[in-house]
Design a protein around this ligand. Structure first.
Ligand SMILES: Nc1nc2c(ncn2[C@@H]2O[C@H](COP(=O)(O)OP(=O)(O)OP(=O)(O)O)[C@@H](O)[C@H]2O)c(=O)[nH]1
Ligand SMILES: [Mg+2]
Length: 364
């Protein structure tokens, strides 16, 4: 795993697998996103490879030829970790680490790492730790298991129990402990939510780096952090607004989504994301200057359905039109608002729609 706070940054090589040569461009795009994730986690990307392969090799994920090529590339080079764009099985990871004699990381671990180093509040720290443990549990393998009977004294461990079982049990206990702590935090959140029951609740959702926090700041005059990097926001921030709106509206800014978000993360962030599932209206913020925005919309919709928020009313907010002046929002489909949160363009129409929706809701 990538270590933080070290003076020298990790040097990484990225690897992606394409089903066929037609898919190569898609994988190249995916690797450029992986590149940004690696940078955020504290690694410099030195090189990358895309292999066209019908399906992953069960033992090494990539073909043996590429394993040998990578071995050669890594020898006498500064590269000390290889990052794969997909989830590796525990066996694949172990085999690759042995063959390449380098650290082997996959996309979910990288994302979990970024979340772990970015989590600030008690809730998000707990949620990330829980996701990491859930990810680790099935990956504990017997490769290094020793039998406790050989080493352990009477009463130290259960008879005949392997170290592996003990570790699993400890992790499960820790998971239970974290779940209980999270449940207590969830009760607190529910109390706060009840106080907002009569207000009109709007949640900003969308792919990471789409500009949700920038728009949130503009709509609420909050001053939360924004940055041109992935996963700047990990915690929900909520602001009640009345000035400028006819009734009180609660806006929530939330964590961004990404392709192949580890499902353990979605699962453990569910309590934070309840903010989204319980909203009266979603603002789906899209970076329309990103060439992959259509795919990013789909990825966001998928996570929304995982958290049970796919049936909610929503508006499409196409942000960053200052970078894509030619942009035309699709005419069919949901109400769309081209805006630039940074340049404060197109906000009047969006605010008018929010006002109209909140009034209808209040009258009901
Ligand atoms: N050019 C341009 N840049 C923008 C606009 N809106 C936001 N940005 C920039 O895009 C980057 C990401 O903005 P954020 O508001 O942090 O995005 P986010 O969706 O909250 O991102 P995460 O919290 O990381 O998921 C920042 O560098 C912003 O300054 C816009 O309308 N135009
Ligand atoms: Mg943000």
């Amino acid at each position: 795993m990538i270590e933080y706070g070290k003076p020298e940054r990790e040097k990484a090589l990225l690897v992606g697998l394409a089903n066929n040569s037609l898919q190569k461009q898609e994988i190249a795009d995916s690797l450029s996103e992986l590149h940004r994730l690696a940078n955020t986690a504290g690694a410099d990307v030195v090189d990358q490879r895309i292999q066209v392969r019908h399906k992953p090799d069960p033992a090494y994920y990539i073909g043996r030829g590429l394993v040998d090529e990578l071995k050669e590339r890594l020898a006498d080079s500064e590269i000390n970790c290889v990052i794969f764009d997909d989830q590796l099985s525990p066996a694949q990871q172990r085999n690759l680490e042995r063959a390449l004699e380098a650290k082997v990381i996959d996309r979910p671990i990288l994302i979990l790492d970024i979340f772990a180093s970015g989590a600030r509040t008690a809730a998000s720290r707990l949620q990330v730790e829980l996701a990491q443990l859930e990810y680790t549990l099935p990956r504990l393998t017997g490769a290094w298991v020793h039998f406790s009977r050989q080493y352990g004294g009477i009463g130290a461990k259960g008879p005949g129990e392997t170290q592996l079982e003990i570790d699993r049990r400890q992790i499960r206990t820790k998971i239970g402990h974290l779940q209980r702590k999270l449940a207590r935090l969830s009760v607190q959140r529910n109390t706060q939510r009840k106080q907002r029951q009569n207000l009109f609740k709007i949640a900003l959702v969308g792919y990471t780096n789409a500009g949700k926090s920038t728009l949130f700041n503009l709509l609420t005059k909050a001053g939360i952090q924004t940055a041109d990097k992935l996963f700047t926001t990990l915690d929900s921030t909520t602001r009640v607004m009345s000035a400028g709106y006819p009734c009180k509206i609660v806006f929530s800014d939330t964590v961004g989504f990404i392709k192949k978000l580890p499902h353990q993360l979605v699962e453990s962030f569910k309590s934070t994301l309840e903010e989204v599932a319980l909203a009266d209206l979603l603002l789906h913020v899209v970076d329309c200057a990103d060439s992959k925005f259509v795919d990013q919309i789909k990825q966001t919709q998928q996570v929304l359905s995982e958290i049970g928020a796919d049936g909610l009313p929503y508006l499409m907010v196409y942000n960053k039109i200052d970078l894509n002046t030619e942009f035309q929002a699709p005419i069919d489909g949901p109400a769309s608002f081209p805006v630039s949160a940074q340049e404060n363009l197109g906000l009047a129409a969006l605010k008018a729609e929010i006002t109209a929706r909140s009034q209808v809701n209040i009258r009901r």
